[in-house]
Every structure is written in structure tokens, then in C-alpha cells.
Design a protein around this ligand. Structure first.
Ligand code: LLP
Length: 439
């Protein structure tokens, strides 16, 4: 879709958060990531309101992998959101921003010993354990530090959500978590219950990303709940928490129909009421939305720098960014919608392929998209780029990463500065080889 505050002004100029995109492009340069405060905060509220309706109020943990910087962590903390981090780097970003450690969920299928120790020392609220090796590593580090590690076990429930193959993680042969079918999950629970410094708080399962159906989320919850019941019968253990992961899809294209959060949550509530034995507390439901919080809040601004028609009738618009700031079209054949600022709803249209500036044939942002006839110098606005764009950006071709600007009520706030050429060489050690040669 578009940011909630999208408006068209005189001369068909687009504004977001009360600021014209033309002004932002002029002030900060292009390419530029723009994020709308209002959209982010509304999505956060949607999750909070929905999860508060549960008979045992749930908690949302924003998935930092979708987009994270210190200001974002600060905003989330202000709104009492939880935060799912998957690396020491994401954890560091959050802690530096003063994020409440208790509301941090530490994830990742490969956590180093140092990262585990870092998370334990920081006293994060939960660590999601992904493998037997890691379970032992968590026990050892917790013993060394003299603490109890609050652990959720990541289960692979075997639910196949209809989404792009690369981002489907719930299937049995996934590299993530403990398989239910092959008995690995049983062994993990058994072992976790025996470990002295591991406090087994619950179960986790994430079944994929950009899921456009409602049922898989409910099935996932039911699978975890029933698995908890098995353990309650066999060993008297009962999960305090069921973390059902992220994955709510958004409307990238007009044909995409995202699942309704309130529908999913009320179905989950029914399950909880129906399946939880009377004598046991209802488990708390945790969710980890990334894309559905931040994707629609973001747009990317590019300057059209080249128009080129090639034999065979293909027309290219080439812009000053591309796969370095948005790898998703090249990696997942992701499709985006776009507009030409100042020309929205104009009648003269053309079908073009929007190419990026990177030295790869595959660096194409949009194939055969119909847009108003653009001229060199126009501003191309790509929608729904808030998630997995900045966070997956690279310095390929030694192109500095764009700035991130937040807009709200007519004001703009620089969240992340554009990288400079100096930033690109900051970690270089230019004389290392020269010194060796002269030894
Ligand atoms: N929790 C876990 C354990 C995850 O692995 C993920 C995403 C999320 C939560 C958040 O999922 P979301 O609500 O954002 O769908 N780079 C890919 C997406 C990879 C998602 C990986 N895991 C893309 O650009 O589409």
C-alpha cells in the first residue's frame, strides 16, 4: 500500500507525514529512505490492541531484522514494544539506544558463545534456542556467569505457508529449530528440563514471511499448544509462553490480501480457552512482526538519471540506486509499485523497466512497469520499502548507503545519515601489504 499519511498536493506532488518528497530529496539527496512515523505507530497499536484482547494478554516483539537503527529502537521502547534481535550487532544497537533488556528476545540459528554471554549479561528477557549445540552452550555460559537463562525452544512445526521458497522456514527440512516429526524437539525439551541453568519458559515457531493467509498462524498456535499438552501429561511441564513468530504479509500488489490480525488473534483466543486445562494458566502469546509494522511506512526516493530505449523495444529508466539499497527484486523477484512525483494520475503512460546503477544485468528494480512518462531529473517513488531494504543494504560497487529520514506532522528527522566516501574506507588498512613487502 502506501504510508497512511500519503497525500497528493498541488501539481500532483506527493507528501508523506506532511512533508513533500521533493523537499526531502532536495534536502537530503537521493536515493533516500523515508519513513512515516504515523504509519509505524498505528501498526504498533494494532498489534498491542489485538494482543490485549487475548484472555492472557500477549506481547509483540518487533523483528529488528526488518529495519533497525537506534532511533527505531527508541521509538519501539517508548511504545512498550518487545524487540526480537538476531545478532550481537542488533542487540548492541538496541542497548545503546537504551532499550529495556527485559523486552528483548534474542534469536538466531547460530549464536556464538560471545553473543550468548552478551545476551545473558545484558539480562535479555528471553533467548530462543535453535539447536542442541546451542542449548549446551547456553547452559555453560549461564553456569559460568552464575545466572539462569530464560529459554524458549524453537520448534519446526512442519507447516508450509504459501510464500516464496527462500523465506519459508517452517518446513521439516528447515535449518531452523528442532523438528517435531523427527523427535528432535522431544530430545531438546527433555534436555532443557534437566539443565540446571536453563529455565524453559516456552516454545517458539516461525512459519515464514509475507504470509497472506490466516489459517497457518492459527494452526501454528494449535501445534505448539498441543505439544505443550503432551509435555504436561508426560513430565508435568507447561509452557508459560507460546511465541508464534512473525510473517504477516502486506499488500505489495493490488492482488495481495493480507491476513486480518484481529481475526487471527480471536481464533487463537478460542484455541487457548478451549485447549488449556482448567488447572493450568493460559500461556501468553508472543508475536514477532517485522514487515507488517514497518514495510508500508517506508518509501524510497530515486532520481531518474537515464532514459534509454534498446533494440527490441525495451525502454529503460535508470536511477541512482538499485540492488545496493533494495536487493529484494534481485534476490526474490520481489515486485514493487511506484510513482513519478508530480505526475501521479497523468494520462500519458509508458511501460518501462527501472534499472539500477549497479554493475549487474540483474540489477533491475521493476520490470515492465507502467508509469507516467518520466523525464531525466524526475523523482521516482517506490512504495513499501520500509522492511528488508535498508537492513539488507550493502556497499556493493562501493556505493555509500542512503540516509533514512523519519517524517511526522510536517517535520523531518534524520534517523541515519547517508554514508560518506570516508565511511567506505574507515575499516581499510591500506598499508598492510606494502608494509609486508618491505619487511
Ligand atoms: N521471527 C523470526 C524468527 C523470523 O525469522 C522472522 C523473519 C520474523 C520474526 C519476522 O518476519 P516478518 O514479520 O518480517 O515476516 N528478507 C526476507 C524476509 C526474511 C524473513 C526472515 N525472518 C524478505 O525480504 O522478504
Amino acid at each position: 500500500m502506501k504510508p497512511d499519511t500519503f497525500t497528493l498536493g498541488q501539481n500532483r506532488q506527493i507528501s508523506i507525514g506532511g512533508v513533500t518528497l521533493a523537499y526531502l530529496a532536495e534536502k537530503y539527496g537521493t536515493p533516500l529512505y523515508v519513513l512515516d512515523y504515523e504509519t509505524i505507530v498505528r501498526r504498533i497499536r494494532d498489534y498491542k490492541d489485538a494482543l490485549n484482547e487475548l484472555c492472557s494478554p500477549g506481547q509483540a516483539f518487533y523483528a529488528g531484522k526488518a529495519f533497525l537503527c537506534q532511533a527505531m529502537a527508541g521509538l519501539l521502547d517508548q511504545h512498550q514494544m518487545g524487540l526480537d534481535v538476531v545478532s550481537g550487532g542488533e542487540l548492541y544497537t538496541a542497548l545503546q539506544a537504551g532499550f529495556t533488556p527485559e523486552r528483548i528476545m534474542f534469536h538466531g540459528n547460530v549464536k556464538t558463545r560471545e553473543e550468548i554471554a552478551y545476551a545473558l549479561t545484558a539480562q535479555v528477557g528471553h533467548i530462543v534456542c535453535d539447536s542442541m549445540d546451542e542449548l549446551e552452550r547456553i547452559e555453560e555460559e549461564a553456569a559460568r556467569l552464575g545466572c539462569l537463562a530464560p529459554v524458549l525452544l524453537r520448534i519446526t512445526p512442519g507447516i508450509e505457508a504459501h510464500t516464496h521458497e527462500f523465506i519459508r522456514t517452517g518446513q521439516f527440512d528447515s535449518k531452523f529449530g528442532f523438528g517435531l516429526a523427527d523427535g528432535l524437539a522431544d530430545r531438546a525439551v527433555e534436555r532443557a528440563l534437566d539443565l540446571e541453568h536453563v529455565m524453559l519458559k516456552g516454545l517458539h515457531a516461525h512459519i515464514g514471511s509475507q504470509i497472506l493467509e490466516e489459517d497457518p498462524f492459527v494452526m501454528n498456535t494449535e501445534t505448539l499448544l498441543r505439544y505443550g499438552l503432551d509435555w504436561n501429561r508426560s513430565r508435568g511441564w507447561w509452557p508459560e509462553v507460546l511465541n508464534i513468530g512473525g510473517g504477516f504479509g502486506i499488500r505489495y500488489q493490488p492482488g495481495d490480501h493480507p491476513p486480518r490480525l484481529t481475526t487471527v488473534v480471536s481464533a487463537i483466543n478460542e484455541l487457548l480457552l478451549h485447549l488449556t486445562p482448567k488447572e493450568l494458566p493460559v500461556p501468553r502469546i508472543f508475536m514477532e512482526p517485522g514487515r507488517s509494522i514497518i514495510a508500508e511506512a517506508g518509501v524510497t526516493l530515486y532520481r531518474v538519471l537515464v532514459k534509454k530505449s534498446v533494440p527490441g523495444g525495451k525502454h529503460y529508466l535508470a536511477v541512482d540506486g538499485g540492488m545496493g539499497d533494495n536487493i529484494r527484486p534481485a534476490l526474490y523477484q520481489a515486485e514493487y509499485r511506484a510513482a513519478i512525483d508530480g505526475k501521479v494520475d497523468r494520462a500519458d503512460m509508458e511501460t518501462v523497466t527501472v534499472a539500477g546503477r549497479y554493475c549487474e544485468t540483474g540489477d533491475v528494480l521493476m520490470k515492465d512497469i507502467t508509469l507516467p512518462v518520466a523525464a531525466v531529473g524526475d523523482l521516482l517513488v517506490v512504495f513499501d520499502t520500509g522492511a528488508y531494504n535498508y537492513s539488507m543494504a550493502s556497499n556493493y560497487n562501493r556505493v555509500p548507503r542512503p540516509a533514512v529520514v523519519l517524517v511526522h506532522q510536517g517535520q523531518d528527522y534524520l534517523w541515519v545519515a547517508r554514508e560518506s566516501y570516508q565511511d567506505l574506507i574507515r575499516a581499510d588498512n591500506p598499508y598492510a601489504m606494502t608494509a609486508a613487502e618491505h619487511r
